[in-house]
Ligand binder design. Sequence first.
Ligand code: NAD
Length: 541
Amino acid sequence: MRSSAHAAPREGHLTVTSPADGRTLGEVPITPLPEVAAAAERAARAFADWRRTPLETRLGRLRRLRRALIQHRHEIAELVALEQGKPLTEALLLELIPALDTLSYLIHHAPRLAESPAAPPHNPFFQGRRAHYRFKPYGPWAVITPWNYPFAIPFVQLISLAITGNVALLKPSPYTPLTAQKIAQLFQEAGFPPNWVQLIQGGAAQAEALITHPEVRGVLFTGSSATGRKVMALAAQGPKKVLLELGGKDAAIVLDDVNLELSARGIAWAATMNAGQTCAAIERVYVQERIYPGFTERLQAELEALRVGHPLAPGVDVGPLIAPFQVEKVARLVEAARAQGGQVRTGGRRLEALGPHYYAPTLVANPPAETPFMCEEAFGPVVGVVPVRDEVEAVRAVNASPYGLTASLWTQSSRRAQALAPQLDVGVVTVNHHADTYAEAAGAWGGVKGSGFGRTHGPFGLLELVQLQYISEAYPRAPALWWYPYTERLHRVIDATLILVGEPGLSRKLLAAVRLFPHLGYLARRLPLHRVLPALLRYAR
Ligand code: NAD
C-alpha cells in the first residue's frame, strides 16, 4: 500500500483516498469494458472446471482460506480502517468475525447441505418411481458490492458461491478497491484456481457490462435501492437470477418494560457503529410515552459519551464518513428535521477540527413523521426518537417505511415480542439487539419491500445460489397407464381414481372403489399395484 499526501487522479484509474485523513492510499486501474467481457468468458471456462471439483477439494480451499484470514487479520483490519474508516476494533468485529463464522459454518455444514435429498413421489400413479433433488450451480455470478463493509460483504458472498460450485466476478465499490484486491489475494493464497474470482474495478459501466454479459448467470447485488432497481431491469433482459440486498431505514420499538440503561446502550451502538453507515443501522426509534423522557435522556448521554476520531487511534468508537457527499446528505437531513420542528438534543454538526468527513453522533427528538430525516436512508451517526402511545401505533410507524430490512423490539417480555414480531414488515426481527445477526452464519439476511429480496447466510442463503433440479427415475416393464391410446376404460379408471383421491364423502369414495374394482387386473398390467394401492388407500382417508 502506498501512502502519501494528495495525488492528482490519473486517467483510467481510481485514486483511493482515506476518509480518515485524506491521504492517498493507492491507485487502481479501472477495468476496460472489453476486458470485462474477456473476464466473463474466462469465468465461464473456470466454471466448467470448478463445478466438477469435488466438494472435499472445495472444502480444503476454504480451510486454507480460513488460515490465511487469521494470518492476515491485522493487515486486513488496518486496510479497511484506512480505506473505509471504521475503527480497528470494529473492523475486526464487523468485517472479520462474520467472514470467519461463515467460513467455519460452511466447512462444518456444507457437506450435509450439499446432499441430494430424496423426494418420494406423492401422486398414487407415480408410486414405484425414485426421485431426488439436486442442487446445481448457476455458473459465473456478478458480485457487485458497496463500500460500507468492503471486506465482509464480498467475502461472505464469495465463499458461499465457492462452496455451491459457482464462480465469481467481483465488482467492488470504487471507494474501496484495495480491500477487494486483498480479498482476491487471499483466494489466490488459498489455492483457488486463478480465474475462480476475477476483480473488475470501476463503477456503473463495469457493473452494467457484467450484468448484461451472456456468460454471467447470476447477479448478487448489494447497494442502494435506487441502483438495485436498475440492476433488476438489466437482469430482466437475460432473464437471469438476481438477489438484491438493498438499503434500509431500520427502526427500533422500545416498550415500557425495558431496562432503560441496557436498551439505550444497545440502541446507541446499533445507530452509530460504522458511523451509522450500515444498511441495518437504527435510524428511527419509537418509544412508549411513559418512558420516553427517561429513555431519550439516556440515549443522549450514550451518544455524547462516544469518542469520535481517526480509526487507527486507540479508544475511538466512531470514525469518519466515507466521503463529502455522505456528510452533505446527513447534514441536509438533520437540518430539514430541525426546520420542521425536531429538537436536536445532541450533535447536529460537522466535526471540522477532525477533518471534513466527521459528523457528531446526533439525536433528534420528536421529528415529524414526514420529514426526510425519518423517511430517507441517512447512513450517518444520527437517530430520530419519537414517542408512541402503544404497540399498535409503533408497528404502524415502523411499517410505514418503504424499506423493510430489519427491525428490533426492546422489551423484557417474550410474550410481547412474539406477538409483535410477525406484524413487522421486515426480513429480520431482533429482540434486545439489532443488526448484529449479519455475523450469524446460520441466520438469514435480507429484506422485503424497498430493501430488496433474496437471502444470504445459512441454508436459505445457499439455496439462493443453486438451481434446483428434480430427477425422477422409472424403469417400467410395461407402458405407463396414461400413454396412448386413450381408451374408454382408461377414462373410467382415471375418473374413479379422481373421486377416490379427492372426494371427501365416504359413500362416494366407496362407490368409486367399487367402480375401480373390475379394472384391477388392467391396472396391475400397467402399474406396480402393490405400491399404487396403499397410496390410493392413504389418499382415500
Ligand atoms: P450504490 O448503489 O451506490 O453502489 C453499490 C454498487 O453498485 C457499487 O459497486 C457501484 O459501483 C455499483 N453500481 C453503481 N451504479 C450501478 C449501476 N447502474 N448498475 C449496477 N451497479 C452499479 O451503493 P453504495 O453507496 O456503494 O452502498 C450503500 C448502500 O448499500 C446503502 O443503501 C446500504 O443500505 C446498502 N447496503 C445494503 C446491504 C444489505 O445487506 N441489504 C448491505 C450493505 C449496504
